[in-house]
Design a protein around this ligand. Structure first.
Ligand code: NI
Length: 133
């Protein structure tokens, strides 16, 4: 197999953490570790999409933007088949946190998260796959 080299710019502290990780996992060198991490990520991406999972999506947004709130509600209604529950927390005078619990195919839960994350005014969006069903 032909190997190619490429340069990577990375903050010092992140690289220090990576080197520590490499040591703990007994990798021989950075290249080997990076190849492994890439392969793992690709496996995750390609094979796990159709798996039934439970996911928790968290979003933070400014509720004064009325159109934004409407959009968030519209999107959730269009994914009602996978949304199990949602919880709204008033974080401050301006900001709201919404936690959405979804159950279904990983790819659909990711799509829901991506749709919410791409709304202008949503300042934070995360997805955590918590369990397999
Ligand atoms: Ni609120």
């Amino acid at each position: 197999m032909k190997l190619k080299r490429f340069g990577v710019a990375i903050p010092e502290d992140l690289l220090a953490r990576f080197d520590k990780f490499i040591k703990n996992k007994n990798y021989k060198n950075r290249s080997e570790a990076i190849r492994d991490l890439m392969r793992n990520k690709f496996v995750e991406e390609s094979y796990e999409k159709n798996k039934e999972v439970v996911g928790v999506i968290s979003i933070v947004y400014n509720h004064h933007k009325r159109e934004l709130v409407d959009k968030i509600i519209d999107i959730q209604h269009s994914f009602q088949n996978i949304i199990v529950a949602s919880q709204h927390v008033h974080l401050s005078d301006d900001n709201c946190l919404e936690v959405i619990l979804a159950r279904g195919k990983a790819k659909n839960i990711e799509k829901l998260k991506d749709n919410l994350a791409s709304i202008k005014g949503v300042t934070h969006a995360t997805l955590s796959i918590t369990a397999t069903v």
